[in-house]
Write a protein that binds this ligand. Structure first.
Ligand code: ADP
Length: 845
């Protein structure tokens, strides 16, 4: 009977090979319920096969007692197989009806019956017996229970057949296979009835389970794995987008904290060194936090595949200068020496993603500073020509330090996100373990990678080389020299650019911004059309071609992006190829990608920085329309004298207006005056407007108005008012009504509070211009006389007289301490409110 054992062995081998994953893997697919049941069924039939193998062996070896035992187990295993099969079919079809319940119970009954008969057989042969020669004899119960099993298997096929009729495609095929399985095994079992010594049942299972494997289980497992990997990808995407949203959200309050901290530093008593020290610590911690949040944001963007490489022309010396300024302070703090090895022949103007390159080098330079305690950091930049590409080069950057070094076993972990090593040793060093992972990813996006060499305890060298296009082969020379030269040329640029033929359009709902914009470009001679809304801008752009169109992002009704889309939607539009530049007050990282994605060519942050605006013009105006004058960039006399703060405005410094910043923002004293006048004149209207929206709970328009005020205030140098407006704007955006309620009134009061000092300063300036400033300040006597006359006129309810008095006083500068009262009187006179005039004057002596 060895052959009997051989068939069992073959069946077991086939079963194991086909179903190895399901039987032995502890992987995730075990979670899948049906597969779990199927696995149990496989173990059941494997147990049966083993009893078959043993049967063959024990019989051949004539070990009859063991053979008897094995036969008992054999019958039980057979019934277990059928029981598990019915369970699998019922679970797989997933139906809950009378048939499915009957099948499950019938399976259990069959098993219980076989168990009982087997036990009874130990005492009296009902299933089988062996004679003294060891020959096996079957009894009637054997046939009956086999018949039972056959019927049960057939029933599973009938049960499955029902659903085959209603299904299609792959599912149908799977059901057909399950149905076939029942039939095949039942038929072979039927054949075995008269031939107990033929291993037909085993062969039936072997055939059936192969069919199942081919048409049901392997597909099912593949699908499951596919589903699981889809779920994992979705979960990862959700995580990345959560991280990116969170870091955006976190950045806003951090910026507020840093802004408020700056106010504390500015306003606190400079002799209070403790407060200044605390404030400085807030800056350091705040900036570190911001760095971490930015890293997380970048990292999640990389994971989401949203980070793009945006190549632009850039100046290598300026890039390097930024990096060196940044690292120099860090190294100085730790008394580390900085060595520079900058190849003098590298071309100065390259084309690539300057921002990302800066980020990469910043990461490795900062690491060098972080992980070095003594010695030096060497920053080298060189290049190699590319043989078959005359317009590009390989930019080679290396940063070498004499720091702690990296153990060879840690090298592999360098680029793993959130992985930091030697935590114990590096405890005092801040970091997230994200820097190098981001660096490596960014380099990968630029077809490069980071090389690391390190000797533990001696130092490390991080290097990479990336392909950059060359805009101009003019060599950089001595980098520090070149940078100074280029910085100088930007400073003096205001006098150097002329573009009288150029025509640009600027769209902003804030008239003050339009004025500033025009003021900044006055000396260039550029023709500027100004529009105060998206629709007005579109009207202009339909009629005329512009060399550049500047669009404010946040405007009521039609915002910048909507305006842009409308303009670009017209395929015949005359301004289809015009560069569009977005003006925005939201200078967050990632803004660049956002605006470029929206269709803008570039963006500028507000308050507009003159240099940046000029750089934009140089970049986007047609070359033939821009002339550069030949002077060497020294500011001329006019500008120099213009940049001085006029006497009349000096006092504004103490009233919350940083005049110097205002002049820089508006380009010249002259523009500043006009802007300041406009700011002053609109205080009343704008504050009432904000109040009205506040009262009507119209948060949307409230946000737009405080947003506009934020940028106007920052432009004139009223930084604190600007910050407060920004906080209200942010509160409005997140619908934080509580914050607005708590701060709006004080904010409006502060805004209105600017009326007095501005009116005083502007008048003083205008009088000074006319040259008769000294004699015109209203002294005590003049004021007392005026009050007296006002009192009389109010008592007589004589409005004409009141008017005349105020007209007479226009020639005077009202002393500051009287300003508030005087304008209240003026306000009351306008409304013919004689009672108020009298009550205001009651306490004046
Ligand atoms: P971290 O934010 O921790 O600095 P990074 O991704 O930039 O994260 O670096 C990962 C780890 O690599 C660091 O925690 C540090 O152990 C090691 N490392 C990076 N740069 C250096 C260096 N110049 N010298 C020694 N170790 C370094």
């Amino acid at each position: 009977m060895y052959w009997y054992a051989l068939v069992g062995l073959l069946a077991t081998t086939v079963l194991i090979i086909e179903n190895f994953d399901i039987l032995f893997s502890r992987g995730d697919n075990q979670k899948f319920h049906e597969i779990k049941i199927y696995r149990r069924f496989l173990f059941g039939i494997m147990a049966y096969y083993i009893t078959d193998i043993l049967w063959g062996l024990l019989d051949s070896l004539q070990l009859f007692s063991l053979l008897y035992l094995d036969t008992l187990v054999y019958y039980v295993a057979m019934a277990v197989g059928v029981l598990l099969w019915t369970q699998f079919v019922v679970t797989y079809l997933g139906e809950d009806n009378a048939f499915s319940r009957f099948l499950s119970n019938a399976g259990r009954f069959c098993f219980a019956a076989v168990m009982t008969i087997t036990i009874v057989n130990i005492f009296t042969p009902v299933l089988f017996w062996f004679d003294e020669n060891g020959t096996y004899h079957a009894c009637p119960a054997r046939h009956i229970q086999l018949l039972f099993q056959i019927i049960l298997l057939m029933l599973t096929s009938v049960y499955t057949f029902r659903v085959i009729l209603h299904s299609e495609g792959t599912i149908k095929k799977r059901y057909q296979t399950i149905c076939m399985f029942g039939l095949v095994v039942a038929s072979l079992l039927l054949l075995q009835l008269p031939y107990p010594f033929l291993p037909l049942y085993t062969i039936g299972y072997m055939l059936g389970s192969s069919l199942l494997h081919a048409f049901v289980v392997s597909n099912e497992v593949d699908e499951l794995l596919q589903r699981q990997s889809e779920l994992a990808i979705a979960a990862n995407e959700a995580k990345s987008s959560f991280l990116s949203n969170m870091s955006h959200e976190i950045r806003t309050p951090i910026n507020t904290i840093l802004g408020m901290n700056e106010m504390i530093m500015r306003e606190c008593d400079k002799s209070d060194t403790d407060i200044l020290m605390y404030s400085k610590n807030v800056i350091t911690a705040g900036n570190t936090l911001l760095g971490i949040v930015n890293d997380i944001l970048d990292f999640s963007k990389i994971e989401e595949g949203k980070l793009e490489i945006i190549p632009e022309d850039y100046e290598l010396s300026s890039l390097m200068n930024d990096l060196i300024n940044m690292i120099k302070t860090k190294l100085d703090d730790k008394r580390l020496h900085l060595n520079l090895e900058i190849d003098k022949n590298i071309p100065e103007r390259l084309h690539g993603d300057e921002i990302r390159i800066k980020q990469i080098i910043t990461n490795i330079l900062t690491n060098a500073a972080k992980y070095t305690e003594k010695g030096s950091v060497t920053f080298s930049v060189s290049y190699e020509k590319i043989e078959d590409d005359p317009n590009a080069l390989m930019l080679k950057v290396a940063v070498k330090d004499t720091g702690i070094g990296i153990r060879p076993e840690d090298m592999d972990k360098l680029f793993i996100r959130f992985e930091r090593f030697e935590e114990e040793r590096n405890r005092g060093i801040e970091g997230t373990g994200l820097g190098l992972s981001i660096t490596e990813n960014l380099l990968k996006m630029m077809d490069s990678s980071l090389n690391v060499e390190s000797i533990y305890g001696e130092g490390s060298r991080f290097s990479f080389s990336i392909r950059q296009e060359v805009v101009d082969w003019q060599p950089i020379g001595d980098y520090e020299e070149t940078w100074k030269r280029s910085a100088k040329s930007v400073v003096g640029y205001r006098e150097k650019i002329e573009a009288p033929e150029a025509q640009i359009l600027v769209v902003d709902d804030n008239s003050l911004n339009l004025m500033v914009f025009a003021g900044l470009l006055k000396q260039t001679g550029i023709k500027i059309d100004k529009a105060e809304s998206g629709d007005e801008g579109i009207e202009y752009a339909l009629k005329k071609h512009y060399d550049i169109i500047f669009l404010d992002h946040m405007m009521p009704e039609k915002n910048g992006i909507e305006t842009l889309h409308e303009l670009k939607a017209d395929p015949q539009g005359i301004n289809r190829d015009t560069p569009y530049i977005c003006l925005t007050a939201n200078a967050i990282s990632g803004a660049r990608e956002k605006y470029i994605e929206a269709g803008f060519t570039d963006y500028l942050t507000k308050p507009i920085n003159t240099e940046e605006l000029e750089n934009m013009l140089l970049k986007y105006l047609p070359e033939d329309k821009v002339r550069l004058t030949t002077d060497d960039g020294e500011p001329d006399q006019l500008t120099q004298s213009e940049d001085e703060i006029p006497e009349a405005f000096k006092e504004l410094q103490d009233k919350g207006i940083d005049v110097k910043t205002g002049i820089v923002n508006t380009g010249s004293v002259r523009s500043y005056i006009s802007v300041l006048e406009l700011f002053y004149e609109t205080i009343e209207d704008k504050s009432s407007e904000i109040e009205r929206y506040y009262r009507n709970e119209d948060i949307e328009n409230y946000v737009i108005k405080v947003h506009a005020l934020k940028s106007s205030a920052k432009t004139i140098g009223a930084t604190e008012l600007g910050y407060e407006a920004q906080l209200l704007e942010e509160a409005g955006k997140r619908k934080d009504i509580e914050y607005i309620e708590a701060h709006n009134d004080a904010f409006i009061e502060k805004y209105r509070g600017f009326k007095e000092p501005l009116s005083y300063a502007l008048k003083k300036y205008n009088k000074g211009e006319k040259g008769d400033e000294a004699g015109r300040i209203a002294d005590r006597a003049v004021m007392a006389g005026a009050y007296e006359k006002l009192k009389d006129a109010a008592e007589d309810m004589d409005c004409e007289k009141l008017d005349q008095i105020f007209k007479d006083m226009e020639g005077y500068i009202i002393p500051e301490d009287e300003g508030k009262l005087f304008s209240e009187l003026q306000e009351a006179a306008k409304e013919f409110n004689y009672k108020t005039i009298l009550s205001l004057l009651e306490n004046v002596h």
